[in-house]
Design a protein around this ligand. Structure first.
Ligand SMILES: Cc1ncc(COP(=O)(O)O)c(C=O)c1O
Length: 399
């Protein structure tokens, strides 16, 4: 079957919700993806922040195979050694006390919203506040806390008592918070929202308001977590201890896995039967999750910070050299954004077609870079030379 037939079939069979790149994947390893014609692409999005150790990392593949031979799924009706060992490793590396395992990011956030409401119920705290530019998933809870109209078109009505306030606007938050507030949900760096970081001042405001009104701080670390910013959890950069954090994406090493992480004081909010998931904590996903944590503990995060500092320096130099094209560089660790003065999808397409480099465009004018943590300085040099050449050509076209 040739590429056109396959793509035509996709168009006639699937509900058309994805804007896919025109590549049919054959295989992937490390930070390289091959298409069916043998063309090689350098991957700077890592499965949209999933393949933290690169594609098909041997330790992850090995863990999946070993667990698959033992058993793949038995349900949460049983105690499972692999699940408990994974949860213990996860609490140890994240600093959180309790875990509920899910299959995806939106499921983790959905559960976090439910947990927060359960916590607030007897205190008559019913409202949850989130922020402009935030993205928390596609099920109704997270979607009710997401601003982007395109994601919500004709899908209302949404959940009551959900408010969206301007990100990093302390005054707006002060005006929105009250005794009714059960929780405040935010991303430390907004992945879909253009790689904007939370300010120190805003974090101070959230903590001060929490002391005054007694609500839960919930952080969505689905994209920022699992070493993406150079620390296992991004909260470590800001030195705060949220009550709840949600993770997914990178933790499963490529298999669907997520978690609600909480502090001990929330351990007894839910009783048996209050929440559940058939596949959440699937044995094979837990095995790969444990392999991811073990690999991260071998120094990959430290190395990635060295490489990402190097990357940042080069990107800053590009911003200085191409002031007509680049507005600023945002982000931390291996979660970086080049804010452009034009549609990022243009540069994304040129990098793909001419340089065989895979990037992602978000928030209109932000080129999002989410390379795996195994990315080397040599990979960075390749990227930097390629993007300089593309910007040079574009710049010549612009003037
Ligand atoms: C910050 C954040 N939260 C939640 C989600 C939703 O995760 P999932 O697609 O696994 O449901 C995403 C996905 O991109 C995300 O980036």
């Amino acid at each position: 079957m040739n590429i056109d037939n396959l793509i035509d079939n996709e168009r006639t069979i699937f509900l058309q919700t994805y804007n896919r790149l025109p590549i049919i994947i054959e295989s992937a390893r490390g930070n390289i993806i091959w298409d069916e014609d043998g063309t090689e692409y350098r991957d700077f999005i890592a499965g949209l922040a999933v393949n933290i150790l690169g594609h098909s990392h041997p330790a992850v593949v090995d863990a999946a195979i070993r667990q698959t031979y033992k058993y793949m799924h038995v349900s949460n009706y049983f105690y499972q050694r692999i699940q408990i060992e994974f949860a213990m490793a996860l609490t140890q590396i994240s600093g959180y006390d309790r875990v509920f395992l899910t299959n995806s990011g939106t499921e983790a956030n959905e559960g976090a919203i439910k947990l927060c409401r359960s916590w607030g119920f007897d205190k008559d705290k019913t409202e949850i506040i989130a922020f402009t530019g935030g993205f928390h998933g596609r099920t109704y809870g997270p979607l009710s806390l997401t601003e982007r109209p395109q994601y919500k078109e004709k899908m209302g009505p949404f959940l009551n008592n959900m408010r969206i306030v301007e990100y990093n606007n302390s005054q707006a938050l002060e005006e929105a918070v009250s005794e009714k507030t059960a929780g405040v949900l935010f991303e430390f760096i907004q992945g879909e929202g253009g790689l904007c970081s939370v300010t120190d001042e805003f974090i101070e405001t959230i903590c001060r308001l929490k002391d005054k009104y007694d609500f839960l701080i919930i952080t969505d670390e689905i994209q920022t977590g699992i070493g993406r910013t150079g620390k296992f959890m991004a909260s470590e950069h800001w030195n705060i201890k949220p009550d709840i954090a949600t993770i997914a994406k990178g933790i499963g090493g490529g298999l669907p896995l997520g978690a609600i992480l909480t502090r001990e004081h929330l351990a007894n909010v839910w009783k048996i039967g209050n929440h559940g998931s058939t596949f959440g904590g699937n044995a094979v996903a837990c095995a790969t999750g444990l392999a991811v944590i073990n690999e991260l503990q071998r120094g990959i995060m430290r190395n990635s910070l060295v490489v990402s500092d190097y990357f940042m320096l080069h990107l800053q130099a590009i911003a200085e050299d191409f002031p007509n094209c680049v507005e600023e560089i945002r982000g931390k660790g291996m979660m970086l954004g080049i804010v452009l003065k034009f549609e990022a999808s243009i540069l994304c397409r040129i990098l793909l077609e001419e340089k065989k480099i895979i990037t992602n465009a978000t928030a209109g004018n932000v080129l999002r870079l989410l390379p795996p943590l195994i990315t080397t300085k040599e990979d960075i040099i390749c990227f930097v030379l390629a993007i300089r050449e593309c910007l040079q050509n574009l710049f010549t076209e612009i003037i």
